[in-house]
Design a binder for this molecule. Structure first.
Ligand code: SAM
Length: 385
C-alpha cells in the first residue's frame, strides 16, 4: 500500500484503511439460516445492518440484474460484496505491489477496487462493471472514500485495451470452462498474473491463478475453491430444471441401475473432475423429495434436451444399486460414470491438482503437468474475446 508520503506498507494496513461499511448500500439482502436473502434497511434496522456488514459473509446488493426491487427478494443474486476473508485471500494471492497496473472485472460496490487503490495507487487501477447502475454507485462510493481509480461501465470480457498492459488482472465474477476471455491474456505483461473464479455448469467453482507470457498465452493452476456469480454473458441456460424433470417423469423410459452413488458425484472432490468432462451439463439434487428417504439427482443438458435421474433410495443404501433413467440423445448418467471411473483411475485428484493453459489456439485443462491434457476447448472467435 502507498501512504501519502510515498511509503509502501502491507495489505493489513489496506484492510484497516478501507472501511467496508462505506461501500455497502443502505438497503441490502442478507442470507438467513436457510440461505434465503432477506431485506435489511439501515434506516429502520441499523443494528441488524451493522451486524451483517461486520460479519465475514457476502452481502447481496442486487437481485435479478436490478429487476427485483428491495424489499422484494429472490434467489438470483446478481451482485454482492463478497465475504471479507475471500476478498483478503484473493488479494493476497494476487500479490499487488505499489505501482502495479491492475485491472479488475466486476466493480460491484467498489470495495475491492478501493483496496486495490490502497495497494497499487489509485492512478494504476482500472475497474470494469457491466451494470451501469452499479458502476455509478461504485464511482460515488469510491469518490466519497477518497479514491479516484478509472471505473469503466462495460463488458470486462474485452479487458481494457486503452489502459493495457496490466501487471495484474483480477475477476470478481466467474468465467466458464473454456471461455476465459482471451483479451485478459493478451493484455497482461510477461510474468503478470490473472486471478479469476472459474467453473463449469456442473460444478461452480474454483479460482485459477495464471501467469502470462506477454505474448497472449497464460498458464497456471487451480488454487482454491470459490463460488462466484458468473460473467454476465456466460451465465448458463437457467430455469429449465423443472421442465426437464417433468419431461423425464412423463416419459416411458426403462429404469437401469448404477453402483455409483449420486452423492459421490454431486459434490465433493469428484464433482470438479466430473464437471471438467461434463462442463455443459447442469445438475441439481433434491433431498428426500418424497418424504421416504429418497434423494434425486437430476442431470440435464439444455441444448440437446437430454436428461437423467438417479435415485438414492432406502433400498439402494442396502443393495448399492441406484435406479437410473435417461432420456435424450446424450446418456448423461453414462457420461458421469465414465468421468467418475477416470477420476478413480487417476487416484481421485482434488481440484488443486488441475491446471489451465490459455492461448490463441484454445484452452486446455490438465492434470499435474501441462502436458497431461484432460480436456481442450478450441478458440472461439478470438477477436470477440
Ligand atoms: C461478486 S460481484 C463483485 C464484487 C465487488 N468486487 C465488490 O467488492 O463489491 C460481481 C460483479 O461482476 C459484475 N459483472 C458480471 N459480468 C460482468 C462483465 N462481463 N463485465 C464487468 N462486470 C461484470 C456483476 O454485475 C457484479 O457486480
Amino acid at each position: 500500500m502507498i501512504l501519502k508520503d510515498g511509503t509502501a506498507v502491507g495489505s493489513d494496513a489496506a484492510f484497516e484503511l478501507v472501511d467496508r461499511a462505506a461501500f455497502i448500500p443502505a438497503r441490502i439482502w442478507f442470507d438467513d439460516e436457510n440461505g434465503r436473502p432477506q431485506p435489511i434497511d439501515r434506516a429502520t434496522e441499523p443494528a441488524r445492518w451493522r451486524a451483517a456488514v461486520e460479519q465475514d459473509a457476502p452481502i447481496v446488493t442486487q437481485l435479478d440484474d436490478g429487476a427485483t426491487v428491495w424489499p422484494a427478494t429472490s434467489m438470483n443474486a446478481t451482485s454482492s460484496a463478497s465475504e471479507p476473508s475471500l476478498v483478503r485471500g484473493m488479494l493476497d494471492r494476487l500479490d499487488v505491489q505499489p505501482g502495479h497496473r491492475v485491472l479488475e472485472i466486476g466493480t460491484g460496490t467498489g470495495y475491492n477496487t478501493a483496496l486495490l487503490c490502497a495497494l497499487a495507487g489509485e492512478e494504476n487501477v482500472t475497474s470494469i462493471e457491466v451494470d451501469p447502475v452499479l458502476a455509478d454507485g461504485a464511482r460515488a462510493n469510491l469518490h466519497a472514500a477518497g479514491y479516484r481509480p478509472t471505473v469503466i461501465t462495460g463488458d470486462g470480457a474485452a479487458g481494457h485495451r486503452e489502459r493495457a498492459p496490466f501487471d495484474r488482472i483480477i475477476a470478481t465474477c466467474a468465467v466458464t470452462a473454456g471461455h476465459i476471455p482471451y483479451a485478459w491474456a493478451a493484455q497482461t505483461i510477461e510474468h503478470g498474473t490473472i486471478l479469476s473464479p472459474w467453473g463449469t455448469l456442473f460444478c461452480n467453482g474454483v479460482q485459477v491463478h495464471l501467469s502470462a507470457d506477454g505474448r497472449g498465452r497464460a498458464q497456471g493452476r487451480v488454487v482454491d475453491s470459490a463460488s462466484f456469480m458468473r460473467l454476465r454473458a456466460q451465465r448458463g441456460p437457467f430455469g429449465h430444471a423443472g421442465r426437464l424433470s417433468d419431461l423425464i417423469d412423463a416419459a416411458d423410459v426403462d429404469t437401469d441401475t448404477t453402483t455409483v452413488s449420486p452423492s459421490a458425484v454431486h459434490a465433493g472432490p469428484a464433482a470438479f473432475a466430473v464437471g471438467v468432462q461434463l462442463a455443459d451439463v447442469q445438475q441439481s439434487m433434491a433431498y428426500d423429495f418424497d418424504g421416504e428417504g429418497t434423494d434425486e439427482l437430476l442431470l440435464y443438458h439444455v441444448p440437446s434436451e437430454s436428461v437423467a435421474t438417479v435415485h438414492a433410495t432406502a433400498d439402494a443404501a442396502v443393495t448399492g444399486k441406484y435406479p437410473v433413467r435417461q432420456l435424450g440423445p446424450r446418456r448423461l448418467w453414462t457420461e458421469v460414470e465414465t468421468a467418475h471411473a477416470w477420476w478413480l483411475s487417476r487416484l481421485e485428484p482434488r481440484h488443486t491438482r488441475f491446471g489451465l493453459t490459455i492461448s490463441t489456439t484454445g484452452q486446455e485443462i490438465w492434470l499435474d503437468e501441462p502436458g497431461n491434457v484432460v480436456r481442450t476447448w478450441p478458440a472461439v472467435a478470438p477477436s470477440a474475446t
